[in-house]
Design a protein around this ligand. Structure first.
Ligand code: SF4
Length: 113
């Protein structure tokens, strides 16, 4: 009921597809949802695009570079490039792909076969 009061027909629903991103030989289907249960229970918070947690489940490009998200916490190889955040988005090794998705170009993190 409360959710209906804060929603309109343009509001995405949990599970709806936000977009599909194809990069580095991988396909990511980004869907709307919540990062935390408390967000789901708050009727003022609409579902948002949910990106993979690459710290938990790493995914690499066909060239062995790890995918990262802009909001991912900085790792030990972080090198500040710009901005005030301390995450991948402000690291000089970060190459943005699309929206919040990027690739880490740090040679130390490249997967070697
Ligand atoms: S972009 Fe790469 S090197 Fe930079 S903080 Fe993220 S994972 Fe670490």
């Amino acid at each position: 009921m409360l959710q209906e009061l804060f929603s309109n027909s343009d509001t995405p629903h949990e599970g709806d597809e936000y977009k599909t991103i194809i990069e580095g030989g991988k396909t990511f289907v980004i869907r709307y949802g919540y990062y935390e249960d408390r967000e789901r229970l708050d009727p003022t918070i609409d579902p948002m695009p949910i990106y993979p947690d690459f710290t938990k489940d790493p995914v690499y490009t066909d060239q062995g570079e790890p995918f990262v998200t802009m909001m991912q916490d900085a790792c030990e190889y972080y090198r500040h490039a710009s901005g005030s955040e301390h995450d991948c988005s402000t690291c000089r090794h970060f190459r943005r792909v699309e929206d919040m998705l990027g690739v880490c170009e740090c040679a130390k993190l490249k997967k070697r076969e």
